[in-house]
Design a protein around this ligand. Structure first.
Ligand code: GAL
Length: 743
């Protein structure tokens, strides 16, 4: 039976490389102990030199050989190392890998010995021009280090390499599951095996089939079909029903292995007239996500990756995400499966196509991405082009061919920004940045595709650099930012030939000096880098049924003089309520209805008020009250004070319990609010995070509020206990929260 051991803890690290480090007895002076995921260098929030993390470093870890491993094969499974690495065991080079976003396995068996074994990884985090996405400029950072998980995998000489479980005829009453089992026979003889495929749900058996197979030395595959499956519940965005497929093999020579994957039964297809999930038309409403965080870049553990999916689904009410521009954390994708968030996943790249060797790595990225992720029901499209690159016939014919051969169940797509680009994919996916505030919101798909007929078409980016917006920008700007997201989704929904749109983007992100605001940040998110919302986030948030969550977010700071010439008109209120009552200084100004005629495409248009009797600039300013009404009932209220002052420093941890593994982490948001509980977007007071107990802060302990709020992440130590954390500003102190750290 296989054994899989997480190897994240207890590495030794040095931010430099010397050839002698590969030797087991090398002098390790200067090495420090680290756990994974690990950033080779922590960086400031902004204004840093991105060259700071582009260097070659060394990670070392020893482990003891175990009796039980005799006669077995031992692999090191790497989930992701940026960007090139070499893997040595006991001084011997056993493998290398190009590309920082896809997994690879190194067979350690040839150099394994009794006693202590020393595993050394040389990690090259420079932007090597032979590896995608590098070679020219890129609008994102790739950070460095061993930033994902590593496992030791111990298997018998004949073992299961992978499983691809393909649900078929899922819309019929009796469904089929076709499972391809990929086997490796490392012996020199043919092996006869019994292969069992079992479909289960929550531990209960649904179906099972056993067959026998003669497996030649080397790699081979075997198809097992489970048919006439009844009472299967489909996976969809509201009911993400999941099943398990477990494959077990057993051979006469004492060989056994078992491997399980999680799947969902669903049919997802983009047609010329829209996207269909399980035969039902669904308008894609998504955002692009970079997997980056302040200070440590990509190196965040499972919990934090998973949380992002929750934010997209539950705080932003999205039904889809594009993993711009690379395969993202397996933990993030797992969570997308669990909560019903559709995913468009793509290979690493940004506009530039390199030489033949580079293209070969990109093709390998297609393979690695698909073979890693083909069982995720949430993934509905493979992006097999370099984002926004020019046409390149041979190269893209090849990437499409690889994808279709590996996975005939999903459509391919390739994101471009040029019109009339060669259509080699199944879905024409376009970054349409035409909207810059005026009447023109999206292009006609046929104008873009230059095809005779309409083809499956999706908008994969809009807004972004057309209107960078900081959370603490002036009211007119943050409101217009929100309206642009609204207008594009509205227009996409009204065009019968557009299957949906992904806005650019979910979260602000660190970038190279060539892009963004010069401080190494692209302020393109509807949330900032700490995942704190801008008003644009409220447009998305409001697109959910009020019984899930009533939303009432006036896009205003409620002041006389923040906008040019003053006032708060037009007043845009993002809400899913039937109507909104407004009071000024206790005086009823009436009820106002959503702008359905103006924005008929979105499920919940905002209330837009162009005229309101609230006086004019220069007269006294008063308290405002907004009351959201659903089915005749007042369900939500929001009040604004005319004279805000900092009243409370609110502390909001995402989790109150962490694992005592030295890696687990959670975000804690600090926000100063006024007397009515509203944020103060221009407050810049200093803040100190005071932490006690078995954990540490990720990032600085002393910093400044950014637009009245900020977050930090708390990383658990390896000891059990209780972390207490509070924030202290020059005027306020938050409550202290307790975060339990448990084994
Ligand atoms: C696109 C690109 C994105 C990002 C965006 C900014 O062209 O695909 O990665 O740079 O522009 O708006």
């Amino acid at each position: 039976m296989r054994e899989r051991v997480l190897l994240n803890q207890g590495w030794e690290y040095i931010p430099q490389w010397r050839d002698e480090y590969v030797e087991p007895a090398a002098n390790t002076e200067g090495f420090v102990r680290v756990n994974l995921p690990h950033a080779n260098k922590e960086i400031p929030y902004n204004y840093f030199d991105e060259k700071d993390y582009q260097f070659i470093s060394c990670y070392r870890r020893s482990f003891a050989y175990r009796e039980a491993w005799v006669g077995k094969r031992v692999f090191a499974d790497f989930d992701g190392v940026m960007a090139y690495c070499e893997v040595y065991l006991n001084g011997r080079l056993l493998g290398s890998h190009k590309g920082g976003y896809t997994p690879f396995a190194v067979d350690l068996t040839p150099a394994l010995k009794f006693g202590e074994n020393v595993l050394v990884v040389k990690v090259d985090s420079t932007e090597r021009p032979d590896i995608p996405p590098f070679g020219y400029t890129i609008d994102y950072l790739c950070y460095g280090g061993m930033y994902r998980d590593i496992y030791l995998r111990i298997v018998d000489p004949v073992f299961i390499e992978n499983i691809f479980a393909k649900p078929q005829n899922v819309l019929e009453e009796k469904k089929t599951l076709e499972t391809t089992v990929f086997l490796a026979n490392t012996t020199t003889e043919e092996q006869s095996l019994t292969v069992t495929v079992q479909l289960t749900r929550d531990g209960e058996r649904v179906a099972e089939k056993t067959c026998t197979a003669a497996v030649e030395p080397g790699k081979s595959s075997l198809d097992v079909v489970l048919s006439d499956l009844e009472s299967i519940e489909l996976w969809d965005i509201d009911h993400p029903n999941l099943y398990q497929v477990e494959v077990t093999i057993a051979g006469g020579t004492g060989i056994s292995d078992s491997y399980a994957v999680r799947i969902g039964f669903r049919e997802a297809v983009v047609k010329a007239d829209g996207f269909y999930l399980n035969g039902r038309k669904l308008m894609i409403r998504g955002l692009n996500r970079h997997q980056a965080f302040p200070y440590v870049g990509y190196a965040m553990p499972a919990r934090v990756q998973r949380r992002d999916a929750d934010i997209l689904k539950y705080e932003l009410s999205l039904n889809a995400v594009r993993t711009s521009h690379y395969p993202q954390s397996p933990h993030f994708l797992d969570r997308c499966d669990e909560i019903g968030l559709l995913v468009f996943e793509e290979i690493p790249g940004w506009q530039h196509i390199g030489d033949e060797g580079w293209q070969a790595v990109a093709c390998e990225n297609v393979r690695e991405m698909i073979q890693r992720d083909w069982n995720h029901p949430s993934i509905f499209l493979w992006g097999v082009r370099i984002n926004e690159s020019q046409d390149c016939h041979g190269f893209y014919q090849q990437t499409n061919c690889i994808a279709r051969e590996l996975d005939p169940t999903r459509q391919t797509a390739g994101v471009r920004y040029i019109e009339g680009s060669e259509f080699l994919e199944d879905v024409y996916t376009m970054n349409d940045f035409i909207h810059s505030g005026g009447e023109h919101v999206l292009r006609d798909p046929k104008q873009v595709t230059k095809t005779k007929e309409y083809v499956p078409y999706m908008v994969t980016e809009f807004n972004g650099h057309m209107f960078p917006t900081k959370r603490f920008d002036q009211e007119e700007r943050v409101m217009e930012h929100a309206l642009r997201h609204l207008r594009v989704h509205n227009q996409a929904a009204l065009d019968p030939h557009i299957s949906g749109a992904f806005g650019w983007c979910a979260f602000d992100y660190n970038t190279h000096y060539d892009f963004g605001s010069g401080d190494r940040i692209c302020y393109h998110g509807v949330m900032d880098m700490f995942r704190i919302p801008k008003p644009a986030a409220y447009f998305y948030a409001s697109q959910t049924e009020p019984r899930n969550k009533p939303v009432l977010e006036p896009a205003t700071r409620w002041t006389w003089g923040d906008r040019s010439i003053g006032g708060v008109l037009p007043l845009v209120i993002f809400t899913n309520c039937d109507r909104v009552r407004i009071k000024l200084h206790g005086h009823d100004l009436g009820e106002f209805y959503p702008a359905t005629a103006r924005y008929p495409g979105v499920p919940y248009p905002p209330v837009v008020i162009d005229k309101l009797e609230i006086g004019q600039w220069g007269v006294q300013w008063f308290e405002g009250e907004f009351i959201g009404i659903v089915d005749g009932e007042e369900v939500i209220t929001k009040k604004f004070t005319p004279a805000p002052v900092p009243a409370k420093l609110v502390i909001s941890p995402d989790d109150l319990e962490l694992k005592a593994d030295g890696m687990d982490a959670t975000r804690v948001v600090f926000m100063v609010v006024d007397q009515m509980g509203n944020p103060l977007p221009y407050l810049t007071d200093a803040i100190e995070f005071q932490l006690e107990g078995p954990g540490e802060l990720i990032g600085p302990a002393k910093t400044a509020l950014i637009g009245g709020a900020i977050a930090t992440w708390v990383r658990a130590g390896e000891e059990e206990g209780t972390i207490t954390l509070k924030g202290v500003t020059s005027r306020l102190e938050s409550e202290a929260v307790e975060i339990k750290v448990k084994k």
